[in-house]
Structure formats: C-alpha cells, structure tokens
Design a protein around this ligand. Sequence first.
Ligand SMILES: *[C@@H]1O[C@H](CO)[C@@H](O)[C@H](O)[C@H]1NC(C)=O
Length: 438
Amino acid sequence: MMRARVPLLLLLGILFLASLSVSFGIVHREHQQSQEESDSRGTNNPFYFNSDRFHTLFRNEYGHLRVLQRFDQRSKQIQNLENYRLVEFKSKPNTLLLPHHADADFLLVVLNGRALLTLVNPDGRDSYILEQGHAQKIPAGTIFFLVNPNDNENLRIIKIATPINNPHRFQDFFLSSTEAQQSYLQGFSKNVLEASFDSEFKEINRVLFGEEGQQQQGEESQQEGVIVELEREQIRELIKHAKSSSRRSLSSQDEPFNLRNRKPIYSNKFGRWYEITPEKNPQLRDLDLFISSVDMKEGGLLLPHYNSKAIVILVINEGEANIELVGQREQQQNKLQEEQEESWEVQRYRAELSEDDVFIIPATYPVAINATSNLNFFAFGINAENNQRNFLAGEKDNVIGEIPTEVLDVTFPASGEKVVKLVKKQSDSHFVDAQPEQ
Ligand SMILES: *[C@@H]1O[C@H](CO)[C@@H](O)[C@H](O)[C@H]1NC(C)=O
C-alpha cells in the first residue's frame, strides 16, 4: 500500500480532523481549551458582533435606524467585507421613514412585520407591500420611503449596503429638514434656489424648510425626526396605489421577491432552510448575494459545513443558539528555531447568539449551529455566485463521503472502511438532533 501523502490530501485530512475534533468534542491542545473558555461569551471572538455593536444613526419614539460597526475594523480575517455595511431599521405601527436616498446600493429584507416601500424615479414611482421574507434591491441614489402600515405590529428591516463613493461609508440624503438633520436642498445658495424654483427665498424657506412663520403656524413647524407618524387615512390612500408583491407571477425583474414562497432547499423535523441564489434572481445576481432564512427547532443542530466561496453575514432574528466556527490561526513561533516555517493551528470560535446578534462566517471556515431554543436566523451571502455548501457530516451533500475508501485509508488512522462506516452513520441530513441518545 502506498503511504505517501500528497499535500492536497494532507490538507483535506487537516480539514476533516478539524471538523471531527469539533463535532466530537475532542480538544487537541490545552491552549485551544483555554482559548475557548475565555471566549465562551464570544467577547473576544472577532466574528461575533453583539447587538450593541450597532451604532444608532437616528432614534425617536417612532423607531430607529442603526448601522453595525465596520466588519474590517473588527478583524483582519474579514478585510474583504470592507465595502459592506449592515443596517437595521425598526419602526412602530402607522409611521413613515421620510423620503431620502443614499450613496450606496441596498438589498432590503423584511424580517418582521409589513412594509409599504415606495421607490421614486424621474419617470414615476413603484410602491410595493412587502411581507416577512420579502427582499428588494434599492439602487444607489434612488429616493425611497418606507411606511409601517400595520396597526399593531412593529416593522423590522435589515439592509446590506454597498457604498459607492467610499469603501465603508455612505450617507443618507434627506429632502426634509427635521430636528435631526437638514434638507440637502438647504445646501444650495439663495440665488440658486430662487432661480431654480422661480420663487422668492422667503417663500421657499417657508414651504420647504419651515423656517419662517414657525411660531404662528404650528402645522408648519419642523418634524421631530426622520421617522414620523401617519394618519390611517393617509396610509390607506398610499396602499391603494401599491402593488402587492405577494402575487406569485412576478412580471418584472425589478419587483420584490419572496424568500419564503419557494420550497425550502433543506427541510426535516429539525429545521427548514429557505434560500435564493444569484442564479435564481436578477437582483441578487446584480449584487452577487444570496439570501437565506432558516428556522430551527430547539434541540436541532445544523451540521458542520462550509461555504466554498461566500462570506456569510448571519443575523439572529428570533431565539438563541450556540455557534462554533473553526478557523486556523498562526502559531506563536519560537524565535530560537532556525527554520522560519509558517505554522497554523486549529482554532474554535464559539459564541452564544441571541436576538439582533450578528455573526460572520468566512468562506471555507467550517461552522455548526446548535439551536438552544426555537430559532430563526437570516443570512446574506457575499460573493455568492457559484457558491457551494459542503457538508462534513450527514447523509446528503457530504463531501467527505465522496472521498474514495483507498484515500481515506491513508488519510485517517483507522482503515478506510471504518472511516466510511463512521461517516455514513448519521442518517439525517443538514439538520440533526443536537442531543442524540446513544
Ligand atoms: C446543544 O446545546 C444543548 C444545550 O446547551 C446541549 O445540551 C447539547 O449538548 C448541545 N449539542 C451540541 C451538539 O453541541
């Protein structure tokens, strides 16, 4: 028998050992154990963004707009997320986020509640009613506004932003002047405004900026902020002109699409995984994103797997979970050693996730998720086109099961047959019981 090991096989072996050591709880090194202990809350974990890492852009009694800390500031291992930002918007029933545009492309997804989204263009506007799981691209520079038309349900939206002018910064340009910010129209000089609107500056000020006669006429006073209350009457009128995106036949490529009305790609009694990839949707192809929404039952485990090329931004929507991500980090080298070899050791990154938390799964890093309560999470996959999800256990989509026995023979200490038996033992796929009775 040939015992020579080709470097590629060695690599595969390391990857496999990494995944096995995690799923079977074997810890190879003292060091790794202590690292895990210090990280049990995930505070030192560079892939974990506790919900308090969102910075508030705007907040009032009707809702808030928040942006997550820069990914690339948190860890060198995710520098390629430099040009992506995550934005969260929440609003109370019967409210409006005032019209604005931004120097970023957005993909907007409704996580909870219902939204009336209107995109305004020079030749008209499109209004859509979006339900939970609906997604819509908002191209940079498009003026849009968002209504929460429900009477008693809060609206929660998550947006991935790709800034246009700057690698990691983007700005919102609001038409209105409020206590929170100025209308960008106010940036123009008196002369330009007067000539453009063919009106007196005083009049322009009074109509657009509410700066004159504010004391006398209460109704023209400034808004308290960019999220305002709307009368039910006004909402009814706006809804009348909206297209419902719940219709199945989506005629236009530009219309919202529903992540939830397709069949799940994986489904069993422990979980359901909904996904739309760039191959299936032109808006996602444009942005090179995939989106997933995953439900898991308490006590379910999402089997160890990795994404071949997509970097995943995971947002916990409801429930709690423990996540284990496996990477490798450079080992501290003994300076006395003559040979300056690079040496890497397997590193486990753990975190306890709860609502509003964000977790980054770098491409090719194996990951497993244990649902410690009923769980729903949402995910954006960056660099998604032709991404492949390779499972490391379970019956289906298991890449290790595709390695020939002869090669397994020399890859692991046990015989190839024994390895195959072990690898094939798990009869479920994708989602399994997190606490099997032995
Ligand atoms: C999942 O979490 C539960 C609760 O903490 C624990 O009892 C169980 O052993 C975990 N399972 C795995 C596979 O990590």
